[in-house]
Design a binder for this molecule. Structure first.
Ligand code: ADP
Ligand code: MG
Length: 408
């Protein structure tokens, strides 16, 4: 008897490797170009809305970089409180130690008292503990100490792994990295300053920051930001062709019991808007339902309305649930703006809010509320000071909610 492979291949979930990575050839090509640099002039920012595929592309970049002879170390910046300079130094040293701990360095050890003045040389690993000791012994400000450590580490890497082209420090969720002027901590400025300085000394350590587009305005706000320091890769939704591949490739295998017909492919492409997370989600649900319809001998149809309700629950409800009523009102006003899927201004929101049976919003209220919505990750401010939704199709979700505000 024929054995059917019933496993559902789709992977909706933050950071879950998709069964087929569709349509990112251009971004990968641009990244490969960055790897051609012998002296690093350009670092990389990978940005885009939530669920567009930054984290999984970062994984792909890692494979590409390692294949090209680079070392790679990565971490997620997930602090809810601002990162101090000191903590960032330790973070970077910990990340560095992952690639250097196999290297031995020489250390002079003084013989214990009694064995007059005799010194011996011993081998110790360049692991976190020993890097930390070197850091503590170094002179100057934290940034000077960190520069010293990075220079020292490169020297050792070169000596021990002469074929290595360089080292990439990749930070995901890097929108959480910023200068906190209130608490006088300038972690982001320090990071940029340290990398600029070591890159000037021809040390091939490259910085790759990935995260929500807030990242760009954070950089603009930071004192040392120079746009020249980064190539910005802005991930957009997938094209229709790439969306089709993302839908179809995973079920192109022997004995797959499910085939999507043209109508369901078109429906998923359309409803997902080309956003990878939505594609994975809609495909996963559809696959399961088709399996059942199949075995019950029914015609295959996609119950799209029920699936969309499930998607609302899965993707949006959590973020929506923590908002205050007034914040929801504000977002509803924004969702009615014609330009809400691109960008909007405080003034546009204020003007729009006057058309509804709600207490209108003043400029300063809108300003303040947008700032707190940025913290929740629903909104971002672009480098020209305009605002956008940080979550795809948020406007459609809001309009599906029954808190519709009525026109005057
Ligand atoms: N190019 C792609 N093709 C197919 N699926 C993708 C692609 N990029 C991302 N995905 C899927 O989309 C979802 C979100 O990806 P993720 O990298 O977590 O997004 P982000 O980090 O931007 O929020 C995951 O389920 C992932 O498998
Ligand atoms: Mg991510």
């Amino acid at each position: 008897m024929e054995v059917l492979n019933l496993l559902n291949p789709y992977r909706p979930g933050a950071g879950h490797t998709p069964p087929y990575l569709a349509g990112r050839e251009q971004e990968i090509g641009n990244f490969v170009k960055l790897l051609d640099q012998q002296i690093i002039i350009k670092n990389c920012i990978l940005t885009g809305l939530r669920g567009v595929g930054k984290t999984v592309l970062l994984d792909e970049f890692k494979n590409v970089a390692i294949n090209e002879g680079w070392l790679w170390t990565s971490n997620e910046i997930s602090e809810s409180v601002s990162l101090t300079e000191e903590r960032l130094c330790y973070r970077i040293m910990a990340d560095l130690s992952i690639v250097t701990s196999g290297i031995s360095i020489k250390k002079i050890r003084e013989e214990p008292v009694g064995f007059t003045g005799k010194e011996t040389e011993i081998d110790i690993p360049l692991n976190f503990r020993n890097i930390e000791d070197l850091f503590d012994e170094a002179a100057g400000l934290e940034s000077d100490k960190l520069k010293y450590i990075l220079e020292y580490a490169w020297d050792q890497i070169k000596r021990n792994m002469p074929q290595v082209k360089g080292l990439i420090f990749a930070y995901d969720e890097a929108q959480s990295l910023y200068d906190d002027t209130k608490n006088k901590t300038f972690a982001l400025t320090m990071l940029l300053d340290v990398f600029q300085s070591i890159q000037r000394k021809k040390i091939p350590f490259m910085l790759l920051l990935s995260g929500l587009p807030t990242i760009q305005s954070r950089l603009v706000e930071s004192r040392t930001y120079t746009e020249r320091m980064f190539t910005i890769l802005f991930l957009h939704k997938l094209s229709d062709d790439a969306s089709r591949l993302a839908i179809l490739k995973p079920i192109e295998r022997e004995n797959c019991p499910i085939q999507f017909n043209k109508d369901s492919i078109d429906l998923i492409t359309h409803k997902s808007g080309g956003y990878p997370y939505f594609i994975q989600f809609l495909c996963k649900e559809t696959f399961d339902i088709f399996l059942q319809q199949n075995s019950a001998g029914q015609e295959l149809t996609v119950p799209i309305d029920s699936i969309m309700i499930k998607l609302d629950d899965d993707f949006f409800a959590g973020r929506w649930g923590i908002l205050t009523d007034r914040q929801r009102e504000l977002l509803s006003v924004i969702a009615h703006l014609e330009s809400c899927e691109e960008e909007f201004t405080v003034q546009e929101i204020v003007t729009e809010s006057k058309k509804y049976e709600i207490t209108a919003f003043s400029n300063s209220q809108v300003n303040q509320m947008l700032s707190s919505l940025i913290v929740t990750g629903l909104i971002f401010k672009n480098r020209f000071g305009k605002y956008s939704f940080a979550v795809p199709q948020l406007n459609e979700f809001i309009l599906r909610q029954n808190i519709a505000i009525s026109k005057l």
